[in-house]
Design a protein around this ligand. Structure first.
Ligand code: HQG
Length: 182
């Protein structure tokens, strides 16, 4: 399968499984799962035919492991990144490493200094243990800036952290006091 077909299918699945399942008339369950047969049927009805083989390949080749099948492979969900409210990914609170990174764009820095990091349209603020990952996330928005988050200190003061299936650290808003700016 061509790389561009895999990428466009991955973007479409991100839209449906993180943000707007209603676009094709499906619902996610309480834990964010969609029924695979229904997903494929409704996607085809909405002009986005996806075969099971293509779906399997997208899940297997996703560079960030964005999606996961259930154990019986009848259901699929996104591992993180949701804006759909009320999706419980059943993540266990996990103590973070001392420091985590957040990549953003330089034009957002003044606002982040004023209010801290907000989850914006998503359900969590996304953080990475790898600085390089934060750089590439920042580049998506413009000229990248990497912020250093004092995660362990935040955790010690009662802020829960979660580690998604695909290794992204998630937390609620990050107060400015815990953020180091370059
Ligand atoms: C910024 C990708 C102004 C924040 C990545 C970011 C990630 C503020 C933007 C995942 C702010 C939100 C998520 C404040 C936060 N003032 N700007 N107070 N607080 N921001 O896309 O973290 O490829 O919702 O810095 O790898 O960029 O989709 O979040 O720039 O894991 O799988 O508001 O998306 O994964 O942008 O990216 P986003 P993000 P996928």
């Amino acid at each position: 399968m061509s790389k561009s077909r895999l990428e466009s299918t991955s973007k479409f699945l991100s839209l449906i499984l993180r943000h707007a399942p209603e676009t094709i008339g499906i619902q996610l369950d309480a834990n964010g799962w969609a029924d695979v047969a229904e997903l494929l049927e409704k996607a085809a009805q909405h002009g986005k035919p996806i075969t099971r083989e293509l779906l399997n390949e997208v899940v297997a080749t996703s560079d960030k492991k964005r999606f996961a099948f259930s154990a019986d492979e009848q259901s699929i969900r996104a591992n993180q990144g949701h804006s759909v409210a009320a999706v419980d990914l059943e993540l266990r609170p996990t103590p973070p490493p001392p420091v985590l990174y957040h990549g953003t764009a330089s034009r957002f820095v003044d606002s982040i200094k004023a209010t801290g990091l907000r989850s914006q349209s998503r359900n969590h603020v996304h953080l990475s243990s790898q600085m390089e990952t934060a750089v590439s996330v920042g580049k998506r928005h413009g000229s990248p800036v990497v912020l250093t988050i004092q995660a362990q200190a935040m955790h010690a003061q009662g802020h829960p952290f979660y580690l998604s299936e695909n290794g992204v650290w998630l937390t609620a808003d990050v107060p400015a006091a815990f953020i180091g700016f370059p």
